[in-house]
Write a protein that binds this ligand. Sequence first.
Ligand SMILES: [Cu+2]
Length: 395
Amino acid sequence: MGKRGRWLGGSGRVSMRAYVVLALFGVGGCAGPRMSTSVAPPHALLARAEAPGLRLAVDEAAREVVVDMGPFEVPDMGYAAHAGGSGVMPDGTPATHGHAGPLMPFEWPVEGWLRGFQVRVTDAEGNELPRRILHHLIGVNFDRRQLAYPALERFFGIGTETEDVELPSSIGVPMAEGQQLAFYASLHNDTGVDLHRVYVRVAMDYTPRASRDEVTEVLPVYFDTDNRIGDSNMWDVHPGRSERAWEFTVPVSGGLLGVTGHLHDYGEHVRIEDAATGRVLVKLDGRRDEAGRLEAVETRIFRKWLGLRSNPLRLEAGRPYRIVGVYDSPLEETVVDGAMAHIVGIFAPDDMSLWPALDPDSEWVRLDLSALPGRLGENGQGTPDGEGGHGGHHH
Ligand SMILES: [Cu+2]
């Protein structure tokens, strides 16, 4: 069991085999496709003294789409929320999952495939700030739906612990010029000092459409044990064992190339099984310390990128699967909303043309849209930051 598994801690390097699911395409983590933003937490919020904007640039030579966001005002908030994947604060209250900032829309500017990113957090002078203050950053695609949910795709999702990611050029997420996208972020400052005029830069690597004939097209996928669109995806951790399961089907067959899981403290594992037979297809264990606090969740890569073997985990259209999250708590009291359990990964459909179109009139999409953070003014794109460009912010 777990021979092909790999633990991802906060300090691990990004290896060829690890990046896949590191949250890149893993809309996951707490950041992920959590559809609810309804709870304004007492901390981990994104405050701003002025409207932050978004600026977009394409560097064709470097094959990068560069998005600059900011400035953000980020007052110090004391202790670290949700550090290291932990979902429970030192005093036993569940960690919040960040108060999402404004929705910052933009159009994807090039034809091609998205294959990686680098994220930097800087001050106005371009000096690097601790990456961990970026609690999460989510990219939503208004032009494509998810695999297991008819909700909006999250083409990008990183959390505090996510590192930069790069897929081989033979693999990528298909992106079309003009696709309607947006970012929203939550910043959490535990540095002890207030931070002013903070900028977030995301450089997204792409493979130009014209440069390659054959790219294995993948899309991010997300399976949650408790995803109620427009509501919380957290559930209670009871003393001893507790679990939650959700049955799902996928509308198009294909293979999972890699997956990782997300759990909070006392999370034992999260797995996907065949709902008819109970056969476990993949089980991702949580690594916990002696007190049961979560340190990492296993990642599995089903494809050997550079090797000869390609052995994705098959999901067949219409066949019922079940995702199950299991917790084992040593506490004597219930941790309300203490649990999350989901799996994210990248999925190569057998036929991309069979990917169902987004239905903007569906209840799911309506709920998803209504749970997104609000836009800035009329049009958050290119909102000036009030000092003519972004001052000394580095280039
Ligand atoms: Cu979480």
